[in-house]
Design a protein around this ligand. Structure first.
Ligand code: AMP
Length: 112
């Protein structure tokens, strides 16, 4: 999708601090980290949100979460981590290309 920020990061047209890649996914550091480790994991293919991805390619959704778990291992989040995916306006989704936030590196507290 031509005007999608994360498609541009996947294509290398917008710079990002990439921490891991697979044939189907790219993981890069969030530009405004909310925890010591804050990485976004996206599929290379454009899907608007997690529901759209689950409908179109459910197996890829599994591999996206597997890639997120790999990022947690690579980043040494031995104490635990949080995977988060916002969907829609009320959840605060600001980029309409499904992404999993990998958060960790300190006690994260309750999900408020
Ligand atoms: P969400 O609010 O769940 O849609 O998450 C979008 C995330 O993308 C936010 O946490 C932003 O800080 C992050 N973000 C926006 N632009 C960039 C960028 N150019 N590189 C890395 N992360 C970004």
């Amino acid at each position: 999708m031509t005007d999608c920020l994360f498609c541009k990061i996947v294509a290398g047209e917008v710079p990002a601090d990439i921490v891991a890649q697979t044939e189907e996914t790219v993981a890069f550091r969030d530009i405004a980290p909310q925890a010591p480790t804050h990485v976004l994991v996206v599929p290379r293919a454009h899907h608007e949100d997690v529901g759209a991805l689950a409908s179109a390619e459910p197996a890829l959704l599994g591999r996206l979460f597997a890639a997120a778990a790999d990022v947690a291992r690579i980043e040494g989040l031995d104490g635990g981590y949080r995977l988060l995916t916002n969907t829609g306006r009320d959840a605060g989704q600001t980029v309409s290309h499904v992404h999993v936030h990998v958060l960790g590196g300190r006690p994260l507290g309750a999900l408020a």
